[in-house]
Design a protein around this ligand. Structure first.
Ligand SMILES: [Zn+2]
Ligand SMILES: [Zn+2]
Length: 148
């Protein structure tokens, strides 16, 4: 099953196989709130090699609370945030779930940084929550061993 998505204007688009998605997360960190202009970012985790991108997203780098260098990619033309990655984990990419053409199949595994969530955008209490970043590097390294 091939999934596709794009920024609002379509200049940046991507595709991947649905069964290659490692996990899905709501991130309530302050930086994601600023970057999305919303209460949280909803991301899907994929190995970089399993994602095909068309177009040239621009990247803005900032240092997260855990010291990782997060590069958030957006379309230069329309400004939509589409893809991001951590410099320290460059085999992994994060796709913003809202940019999918069809996201009806998406499932979310956990909430990150619920300490900074807002009452107007409360964490989904039916899934696992982490106050901060749940040791993302270690978790992903473990997951990756089965993919790379
Ligand atoms: Zn665009
Ligand atoms: Zn975040």
């Amino acid at each position: 099953m091939i999934e596709t998505g794009s920024c609002l204007c379509g200049a940046v688009s991507y595709s991947f196989q649905r069964n290659k998605v490692i996990s899905g997360h709501h991130c309530h960190c302050k930086d994601c709130q600023k970057a999305t202009g919303s209460g949280k970012a909803t991301i899907l985790v994929l190995a970089k090699k399993n994602l095909t991108i068309k177009g040239e997203p621009k990247f803005y780098e900032s240092v997260g609370t855990d010291g990782m260098h997060i590069n958030r990619g957006f379309c230069e033309k329309c400004g939509s945030g589409v893809i991001s990655f951590a410099k320290e984990l460059d085999r992994i990419v994060f796709i913003k779930a809202g940019t999918l053409d069809d996201s009806s199949w998406v499932t979310i595994d956990s909430n990150y940084f619920t300490d900074s969530s807002h009452d107007w955008n409360k964490p989904d209490s039916s899934i696992k929550s982490f106050n901060q970043n749940p040791n993302l590097i270690e978790n992903i390294k473990t997951v990756l061993k089965s993919f790379i």
